[in-house]
Write a protein that binds this ligand. Structure first.
Ligand code: GAL
Length: 416
């Protein structure tokens, strides 16, 4: 008996020792999908600042490759279900955060950090609004990205004396000229189907304008209306000007096609700018940009943020990480490399290049609309169903089928 009690005590002490050991471990696991050029370097900058402040912490970069989180999100969901969260993970501000993780009661509110750090006056109110529910703030945004950008190879455009297309009609005219000259007009890399959804959201915005585009997400624009069907038809026509191997490529491989002159343009978020710069290109000289066709005056936005999941194994260290993410120093180190503008309003403009300064100015004066391919407009459940319809649309080109399926999804998910 005595022996058994002694043994049990030993086991208990050992278990307590192990538990303390874990809690006392100086580790931080940060989960993202930032592995491509520009993304990886941007994250490394924030890691560097964190490690300078916390030199005794082991930083575990748990990035899972695949643009827009196409692989990472599934890995994350499994971990969260298995009660094995990372200390902090990348999540898009908007409904991906609120309609997915906050409704699942998986996130800690972070108002205390915003108050302690004086951030409530440093972030625009509109950004605080999309990361909040019932006055509780649930993540720390590091940036603002723009979805609706058309990037083009300057050498090709100069040689053929082309002007960057600003309307949908101009796009088709330019695409025809490029095709006549043996150049594939538009690069697409949709081995993660989100890249087609990305192109699609910007065609929708270009065809419908910002008010009706917004209506797609609040239920006031019918997806099976004649004008949305026309936009879907336009999208299918745009697809016919893309590279035939698009299903085998990632977004960054498609951007590389533009660098290499295999294609002349790509419609992709401004992480492409981070990618082009990571490859040594010069903005404004080697490549140019315009708002994607028909979207001038609108800023299709998304924001990457970091959060504190409930049960984070190293909560106190994760809080220190979040403080780097929300700091001016962190954002001014990360964003010029990532190709995004800071989510804070007090950036040091002298650190930003010609494209990013134009994005800052547009963000301040344009109509802001939410991206669906990047978690701002719809919950993860709705967005992933949209991606399923997209997979079929890209291969079938069947506009009526897609319209009625999109409408059925909106009827289920859109909040009026
Ligand atoms: C977006 C993300 C960006 C960029 C892009 C491509 O969803 O917000 O930061 O990483 O995916 O991976």
């Amino acid at each position: 008996m005595k022996k058994t009690v002694g043994f049990l005590m030993l086991i208990t002490v050992w278990a307590m020792f192990l538990a303390c050991g874990q809690a006392g471990e100086k580790r931080l696991e940060v989960f993202t999908w930032w592995t491509a050029g520009g993304e990886a370097e941007g994250l490394a900058k924030m890691q560097e600042i964190f490690l300078k402040q916390n030199p005794d912490v082991e930083f575990i970069n748990a990035a899972v490759a695949g643009g827009a989180g196409s692989n990472a999100k599934a890995v994350l969901a499994t971990r969260m279900q298995g009660k094995n969260p990372p200390d902090s993970f990348q999540v898009h501000a908007g409904l991906e955060l609120i309609g997915t993780w906050v409704v699942a009661d998986a996130m800690e509110p972070l108002n205390f950090i915003f108050e302690e750090e004086g951030w409530l006056s440093k972030y625009p109110k509109g950004v605080i609004d999309i990361i909040s529910q019932n006055n509780k703030i649930y993540s720390v945004p590091v940036n603002i990205h723009r979805s609706n950008v058309l990037w083009y190879n300057k050498a090709i455009f100069d040689k053929l004396k082309l002007k960057a297309p600003e309307t949908i009609n101009e796009f088709f005219a330019v695409a025809e000229k490029l095709a006549d000259n043996g150049i594939t007009p538009l690069a697409l890399g949709d081995n993660g189907i989100w890249a087609s959804t990305h192109l699609f959201e910007n065609i929708l915005l270009g065809c419908l304008g910002p008010a009706k585009y917004r209506g797609l997400w609040n239920g006031s624009t019918a997806w099976d209306s004649a004008e949305v069907k026309d936009a879907i038809k336009t999208f299918v026509k745009v697809l016919s000007y893309t590279n035939s191997d698009h299903a085998a490529l990632s977004w960054d491989a498609a951007a590389q096609y533009v660098i290499d002159g295999k294609c002349a343009m790509t419609i992709m978020g401004d992480w492409s700018h981070g990618y082009f710069k990571a490859k040594g290109l010069n903005p404004g000289k080697d490549y140019g940009w315009v708002p994607s066709p028909g979207t001038s005056g609108s800023f299709n936005m998304l924001s990457d943020s970091f959060c504190l999941p409930k049960g984070a194994p190293h909560r106190e260290i994760a809080i220190k990480w979040l403080k780097v993410c929300g700091s001016k120093e962190g954002q001014d180190a990360f964003n010029p490399i990532k190709g995004s503008i800071p989510a804070r309003t007090d950036a040091d403009r002298s650190l930003y290049d010609i494209y990013l300064l134009s994005a800052m100015d547009d963000f301040a004066k344009n109509e802001i609309v939410p991206s669906v391919a990047h978690g701002a407009a719809a919950s993860e459940a709705w967005a992933s169903k949209i991606n399923d319809v997209m997979t079929i649309l890209v291969s079938s080109g069947n506009v009526d089928d897609a319209a009625s399926q999109f409408q059925a999804l909106a009827a289920k998910y859109a909040k009026k």
